[in-house]
Design a protein around this ligand. Structure first.
Ligand SMILES: NC(=O)c1ccc[n+]([C@@H]2O[C@H](COP(=O)([O-])OP(=O)(O)OC[C@H]3O[C@@H](n4cnc5c(N)ncnc54)[C@H](O)[C@@H]3O)[C@@H](O)[C@H]2O)c1
Length: 314
């Protein structure tokens, strides 16, 4: 993945490293021969995700400055993924959302002032754009979040970029679109891929809202992990980037792929379209490609096959 030379025993910190995306970032960092520390309070992450890795695990909260300071000891790069996640959940727990996403990020930044950290890569979200006004979304799209989650993720993004100007530590925000892949578990707030897989596991019909021709830019977590490492190693300056595949996968196509995989007649049920649901959404990733040398490497069919096999074993 490029020619970046890892300094001898370079130590990095992954906040939220026991989570879905974080654990995939940890795996790739270890393959790149970094020494990895993980700070996670295990609220939505699982030790199981990282139990086979040779890492230092610190169980603690991103809002606890003394734990964060301890975690930053000797660290030169930080991957900040710990967060309170989801639009719906943020409306149910608005203050928790604000405290973890905004105050938690600020706590990390304040602790970084007295550290050796050179670069911070922050997991932002396409939720900061709010209602999409164009089918293809580049980084100049209006930023008008429509959930508290979008607001708190944006606040954190603004904090890291201001911090960079104030204190000269490089920060990069990666705005993920629809991430899927191994270690993504089903929960009631989950997105369509884990929800459909759970239905398949229970041999229940898949419900599609609308005509199913709506499309999404599904990006495999392996590529998201690669984007994190490219940002940490290649970014010449602070900035923000969309992370997606630039692809358009329809919900009907996703359902069809699942239908082909199962050995029972999987029923597909159509329900009325949900109010306000975006019809087409895909990320313009040209900035990420030009500045950081990113290219998506996992085809959707291949990523879905691996996820299907993993999910059914859980
Ligand atoms: N999954 C997606 O499609 C998606 C899309 C856009 C952005 N993101 C961002 O990516 C990041 C990772 O998301 P994920 O999907 O892997 O979710 P996840 O819930 O699997 O991971 C989040 C991790 O953070 C930990 N955590 C939560 N609160 C914490 C706290 N107060 N202190 C310490 N650790 C804490 C959790 O235990 C968990 O391990 C988040 O910042 C999220 O906003 C995800």
């Amino acid at each position: 993945m490029g020619s970046y030379k890892i300094k001898k025993m370079e130590t990095v910190l992954v906040t939220g490293g026991a989570g879905f995306i974080g654990s995939n970032v940890v795996k790739l960092l270890l393959e790149r021969k970094y020494k990895v520390k993980v700070l996670d309070n295990l609220s939505t992450g699982y030790l199981k995700n990282i139990e086979n890795f040779d890492i230092e695990f610190i169980e603690g909260d991103i809002r606890d400055k003394s734990v964060v300071k301890q975690a930053l000891n000797g660290v030169t790069k930080v991957f900040h993924l710990a967060a309170h996640i989801g639009n719906v959940k943020s409306l149910e727990f608005p203050f928790q959302d604000l405290e973890i996403n905004a105050t938690g990020t600020l706590t990390l930044l304040e602790a970084m002032k007295e550290s050796r950290v050179e670069v911070l890569v922050y997991s932002s979200s396409a939720a900061i754009y709010g209602e999409l006004k164009t089918e293809i979304v580049d980084e100049t799209h209006p930023i008008e979040p429509e959930s508290y989650y979008g607001v708190s993720k944006l606040a954190a993004e603004k904090y890291i970029l201001a911090f960079s100007k104030l204190y000269g530590i490089k920060t990069v925000a990666l705005r993920y679109f629809n991430v899927y892949g191994i270690n993504q578990r089903y929960d009631s707030y989950g997105n369509v891929i884990p929800i459909f897989h759970q239905r398949v596991k229970e041999k229940k019909p898949l419900t599609i809202f609308g005509d199913g021709e709506q499309t999404r830019d599904f990006v495999n977590v392996i590529d998201v992990a690669r984007a994190n490492i490219l940002a940490a190693e290649n970014a010449k300056q602070s900035g923000f980037y969309n992370v997606g595949c630039g692809g358009k996968i329809s919900i009907n196509y996703l359902a069809q792929l699942l239908k082909e995989k199962v050995d029972f007649p999987l029923e597909i049920v159509y329900a009325p379209a949900r109010k306000g649901e975006v019809i087409h959404c895909s990320a313009d990733i040209s900035k990420l490609q030009t500045d950081l040398g990113f290219e998506p490497s996992v085809a959707f069919e291949e990523g879905l096959r691996d996820y299907f096999e993993w999910f059914l074993k859980q």
